[in-house]
Design a protein around this ligand. Structure first.
Ligand code: HEM
Length: 722
């Protein structure tokens, strides 16, 4: 916003600006118009206080200027506040020292008990609208009756503004040196930004006393009357609150590169809002900080929030090359992919994978029993083996299988290219054309270097599946099923709904979306059980009671093991793998709780913050599965965490499959092994907190753990399992 105050207008102001020790604050995100004393006492010609014939000659133009501002503010949904001086005691006792300073005749113009009462009140056609209008979803006008110059002194204006989430006041009114100056300085002291309108106030710049100008230069943005109605009118609703951005860069430098969710959680508290707004280079995003806001927008208004942003960084990784549902924009292709993938992972369909899931879980535990130091690889192999078999019918034979290497490389490429849609190329797509040796292009450099890994994971298993089909080798898996339909249609001359790229992409989606997520959750089990021996012992007791020690647990046992489910829930709560969810995007403009969410806005869900909200979870940083038990059972009755698998029409399709994988390995792990910190040479535990990576998925970096078989019988059961 350009200042309308020129250096030539007032040298002291020019000097204050040019020495750069102070600068005007400018606009925030939620302005309100405040009109100070534009009412009969100052603007009726017979009033003893009339300013209509003032020496600066602007008196007559003020009401018209204010009327145009009021109209713009109302059309834009900005609150309008009328602050008028009003005395209510017949003897002007409520006027304090004014009574001694100003004659009773003059003060009577503001006194509602004045015998004539002809000067009290608003001007015709320029008065508050306090009734709720059907066609206005914003608050009605606010009327503040004040006794002294400042609209804040002795009134509840600050409280009302906070309630309305207002952060910027556009001042217009009768007397620049009195009401406006006092109110503007109080506003600044209370944390509101001031926009000071030159031609809707009584005095010209040249009339301003030096003290007003200097104070104003520090706190207030001077603007011309011409621009403000356009700004007020454009703000149809207020954008959600958020920290102020920087010139041009917006919030780009304000968002931490690592663990941004913690900073977002702080801002949410600071701005008392569960919806925060940010903008950089024209890219707009909001962060939802509560379950309620996430459900309200992403579930209940799912039709409007089923889009995804354009994931430029993932395009650079060539993920657009084979359409991957997770990153597809809303549209027919995305709907086709969901239609074809979702049924394959319904509760009833995933039963067909259970035999293989159990087999892979026991193979994993056997492998850990044989080589405890390679436990991390064994878990990775477990997760890969399940999804690769479902998608391409491939058997992962042994820990050195090349499939594990391919999956790990792809997971590495995706996870290290950063949180989805958060890099500089996502925020400012033109930067993808800049040379990658520039220091801030590190992530693009990384993505291009790792493209081959994504190409390998989408291409290698698919080529193998096609070759097998050509050789009439049929396996029960997604790729073979779809290729068979494709080939039959092609032979009959029937048009195929899915082309080859679609089949390749959909099959790869299962593999890409289901591998690292499952493996990381199992690694988190290891971490939390190792760190929390009491929880581990309680889980072991439960398994021993329900299953006994003479056999291994089965699928039928799982519903009878509620404490193991609490461990799963607590693991979800402690560390959601995507702390900010996978972003959705708004297809159309929307208004939520009076906040304007423009079309195209990217929507993050701060799952981490929801799961660590102290109002919901006591001691949220502590792993305590009992917290979900009712009070009668010794718990706190806290709710299960929601959101780890997303929301609305883009919710994860693999949840049941993933939970089956995680529960079958957890129950067998607890039944056969005890986990602990590594022991030192004297046999003492060596507690530690591992390092974490928050760049893409939130996960602990590799850490050591000690696994010991619980008994000779457990060892025998594991060894004879296959
Ligand atoms: C612990 C395991 C898993 C977690 C925590 C997880 C989490 C998520 C999350 C947060 C989303 C985004 C949802 C949204 O945007 O609202 C998602 C999407 C998705 N997940 Fe999972 N997931 C897991 C396992 C799996 C598995 C095993 C599969 C295998 C089929 C899978 C397939 C998908 C797909 C295809 C999508 C994209 C849905 C869409 O964009 O329409 N996930 N998952």
């Amino acid at each position: 916003m350009a200042s309308a105050l020129l250096a030539s207008d007032y040298p002291a102001y020019a000097e204050s600006i040019s020495n750069k020790t102070q600068a005007p604050l400018g606009w925030g995100v939620r302005p309100a118009l405040i009109i100070l004393d534009v009412a009969k006492p100052y603007f009726s010609s017979s009033s003893p206080q009339s300013l209509l014939q003032s020496s600066c000659g602007t008196g007559e133009t003020i009401p018209a200027a204010v009327a145009s501002l009021v109209a713009s503010a109302r059309s834009g949904g900005c609150p309008v506040i009328w602050a008028n001086t009003l005395f209510t005691n017949a003897n002007l006792r409520d006027a304090g020292l004014w009574k001694q300073k100003v004659s009773a005749k003059v003060l009577g113009a503001f006194n509602e008990k004045d015998s004539e009462r002809q000067h009290v009140g608003f001007l015709e056609g320029l008065a508050p609208e306090t009734a709720v209008q059907e066609n206005r979803s914003v608050v009605p006008d606010l009327v503040i009756n004040k006794k002294f110059a400042s609209a804040f002194f002795g009134t509840n204006l600050a409280t009302q503004l906070q309630f309305l989430n207002v952060d910027t006041l556009v001042f217009c009114g009768a007397r620049t040196g009195g009401e406006i100056r006092q109110s503007a300085l109080d506003a600044q002291g209370l944390g509101f930004r001031g926009i000071f309108l030159l031609r809707s106030t009584m005095m010209s710049v040249h009339d301003l006393p030096p003290a007003v100008l200097l104070a104003a230069a520090a706190s207030i943005c001077f603007v011309s009357l011409y621009l403000v109605p356009r700004i007020l009118g454009k703000r149809k609703y207020h954008l959600p609150p958020g920290p102020p951005g920087e010139f041009v860069l917006g919030h780009y430098r304000k968002i931490p590169f690592v663990a941004a969710f913690k900073q977002y959680a702080k801002w949410s508290r600071e701005y008392s809002s569960d919806v925060l707004y940010f903008e950089t280079f024209g890219t707009k995003w909001i962060v939802l900080d509560s379950l309620k806001a996430s459900v309200d927008l992403l579930d209940k208004r799912g039709a409007n929030y089923s889009d995804r942003p354009k994931f430029i960084m993932f395009e650079e990784l060539r993920m657009g090359w084979a359409p991957t549902l997770t990153w597809l924009r809303w549209g027919p292709r995305m709907q086709r992919h969901r239609k074809i993938l979702q049924p394959a992972f319904s509760k009833s369909q995933v039963r067909q994978y259970q035999d293989n899931q159990k087999k892979q879980a026991l193979l994993c535990l056997k492998s850990i029993a044989d080589d405890p130091n390679s436990w991390n690889n064994a878990i990775r192999r477990f997760a890969v083996a399940i999804v690769l078999n479902i998608s391409f019918g491939v058997d992962v034979d042994g820990p050195d299988s090349p499939w594990i290497k391919i999956a790990d490389d792809a997971a590495e490429a995706i996870s290290n290219s950063g949180a989805p849609a958060s890099s500089i190329v996502d925020r400012f797509p033109a930067t993808r054309h800049l040379p990658t040796w520039l220091p801030f292009m590190e992530r693009l450099r990384y993505a291009r270097k790792w493209r081959w890994a994504i190409e390998a994971i989408t291409n290698v298993p698919f080529s193998q599946a096609k070759q097998e089909m050509d050789q009439k080798i049929i396996r029960k898996c997604f790729a073979h099923d779809r290729l068979a339909i494709y080939n039959t249609n092609a032979e009959k001359g029937v048009e195929n709904e899915f082309n080859m790229d679609d089949i390749r992409g959909a099959a790869a989606t299962i593999y890409i979306a289901g591998n690292d997520t499952t493996a990381t959750t199992v690694i988190l089990f290891v971490l939390y059980l190792m760190q929390n021996p009491r929880a581990q012992q309680r889980a072991q007791k439960e398994v021993d009671r329900v299953v006994g020690t003479k056999r291994l647990p089965t699928w039928e046992d799982i519903p009878n093991l509620p404490y193991l489910n609490l461990i799963l829930q607590e693991t979800y709560r402690m560390n959601p793998l995507s702390p900010l969810g996978i972003p959705h995007a708004a297809l159309n403009d929307d208004v939520y709780n009076g906040m304007y969410i423009p079309e195209g806005t990217i929507v993050y869900q701060n799952i981490w913050s929801m799961h660590h909200n102290e109002d919901v979870y006591s001691d949220p940083m502590i792993f305590r599965p009992e917290r979900y038990l009712s009070k009668a059972e010794g718990g706190n009755g806290e709710p299960f965490p929601v959101g780890n698998f997303g929301f609305g029409r883009r919710v994860c399709i693999g949840r049941t499959l993933a939970e089956n994988s995680m529960m079958i390995i957890l129950v067998n792990l607890v039944a056969t092994m005890t986990l602990d910190y590594p022991l030192d040479k004297d046999g003492h535990r060596t507690p530690f907190e591992p390092d974490w990576s928050f760049r893409g998925q939130a996960h602990p970096l590799p850490f050591p753990a000690s696994f010991s078989l619980r008994s000779a019988k457990a060892e025998e059961l594991l060894r004879n399992a296959f």
